[in-house]
Design a protein around this ligand. Structure first.
Ligand code: ZN
Length: 448
């Protein structure tokens, strides 16, 4: 897809016709759905049709949106559990890995990780990218060397990418960056903005966005400059993932991280607050105009806690979902875990409808993509076919697929009108597990 808008293999303007035995439309699951696609866009949808064109198996759903990813964390999966530990000891493993990466090795790893994402049904990923510099903290000759590596990796894996250039200035409240943190850190918000402004991605299906690493890593007086530098781009920020961040912010600034961001003008309709796990009622209200990205698998893995997702939704916060630390890459799991976490915290069922879960799981708009996330005319042609007759899904009712399917049940994935996965195989990378194994083995005589 690189360099194109995803035009059909049969040429610009050609209409491809697909017939879905079942498809999840904005009005619900329908039978016998004809979908017409031209130039990467859905141009027609009709229900109750007889088979015509290419027949798609199972149930067809819109492509999933991964609104928060650190691709390199995939190399930590299954490697940080032996010594018990905490969020902060996990972070030490992550830092050891970050110390080793170079643009070429990160390209190989990210290409495999993004391929794993497409195989699971993700068609866009927002990469929260904070590894910018050489080991000594100096920029590469091309200050965007890592960003270009990620763009190429996403293009080769066939996934839409939102490259979020992360502003990271401090190693904690009133602490300069040390050790590997120097690879993440810029001297100030202006230096960060300069790199962001200079970045010109070489491939087509890319959105460039901005991010504040956290209120730990961007001093309060620099926050307005980051908001200004982000301009009209998506602006993502880690928020209140751990109680320690709240306690330190309260001690330093006398307020919560949410209120600190609000005071800096950082909570806009384009803002995505990632995690938002430990909030008070006033924080929830302050986030009403923004997005919150829950990352249920990571929040479980790291023992973060359970965020107030239903309360956030009730005040109008738009929800999205991310795979974050890559302990799991499975949009079906994240969608049902959003509801399951609510059930565990509230001891009640039915906190979100299946339609609400699908909306959160397909919220590409949080990452700056317009016109995605629904099977409807005028929307981007991102289609996912899921096997409804597998060991896991057989017998489930159709909207219940979010409670039954796993990444292993995805059979076919179309991104911007082009097939990337057919019959469970990635069409561009022959052996994705081998690509993962090789790229991780090159990096992991570390910590785990
Ligand atoms: Zn994160």
């Amino acid at each position: 897809m690189s360099g194109t808008g995803g035009a059909s293999a049969t040429g610009p303007g050609a209409v491809q016709t697909y017939w879905c035995r079942r498809a999840w439309l904005p009005s619900g699951v329908a039978d016998g759905v004809r979908v017409e696609v031209a130039d990467g866009v859905i141009t027609g949808v009709a229900v109750g049709e007889t088979p015509t064109g290419t027949v798609l198996p199972g149930l067809v759903v819109p492509g999933f949106a991964n609104a928060h990813s650190h691709a390199f964390h995939r190399a930590l999966r299954g490697r940080t559990h032996d010594d018990r530990g905490s969020f902060w000891t996990w972070r030490n493993h992550m830092y050891a890995l970050a110390e080793r990466l170079e643009p070429e090795s990160y390209y190989r790893l990210a290409r495999a990780v993004y391929a794993e994402m497409v195989l699971a049904g993700y068609t866009s990923v927002a990469e929260f990218h904070y590894l910018h510099h050489q080991q000594n903290g100096r920029p590469y000759d091309d200050p965007n060397a890592f960003s270009h590596a990620l763009v190429t990796a996403a293009a080769d894996a066939g996934i839409r990418l939102t490259l979020l250039d992360v502003c990271y200035l401090a190693g904690g409240f009133d602490r300069p960056p040390t050790g590997v943190q120097r690879r993440f850190a810029d001297s100030d918000a202006d230096a960060w903005a300069h790199r962001l402004e200079s970045f010109r991605p070489a491939s087509g299906l890319v959105v460039v966005g901005a991010a504040i690493h956290s209120v730990r890593a961007v001093p309060a007086e620099q926050l307005p400059a980051v908001v200004h530098g982000a301009a009209d781009r998506p602006l993502h920020v880690h928020l209140s993932e751990q109680p320690q961040e709240n306690a330190e912010c309260l001690a330093r600034h006398g307020c919560t991280p949410t209120r600190l961001l609000a005071a800096a003008g950082a909570l806009t309709p384009r803002t995505v607050a990632v995690h938002a796990t430990h909030l008070d009622p006033a924080d929830i209200t302050a986030l009403a105009e923004s997005w919150v990205c829950l990352c249920p698998s990571t929040e479980s893995d790291l023992g973060d806690g359970i965020g107030p997702a239903r309360q956030l939704a009730d005040v109008g916060v738009r929800l999205c979902l991310g795979s974050d630390g890559q302990s799991v890459i499975d949009p079906w799991f994240e969608a049902r875990a959003l509801e399951w976490h609510e059930r565990l915290a509230s001891t009640r069922r039915g906190r979100f409808t299946p339609g609400e879960l699908l909306s959160a799981a397909t919220a590409h708009a949080a990452s700056g993509w317009s016109g995605l996330g629904e099977l409807a005319p005028g929307r981007g042609a991102d289609l996912v076919c899921v096997d409804t007759g597998s060991l896991r899904t057989a017998g489930a009712d159709q909207a219940g697929i979010l409670y039954a399917a796993t990444a292993s049940d995805v059979t076919d994935v179309m991104v911007a009108g082009e097939w990337v996965v057919r019959d469970r195989a990635h069409l561009r990378i022959a052996d994705v597990p081998a690509a993962l194994e090789t790229s991780i083995a090159a990096l992991t005589d570390i910590g785990g």
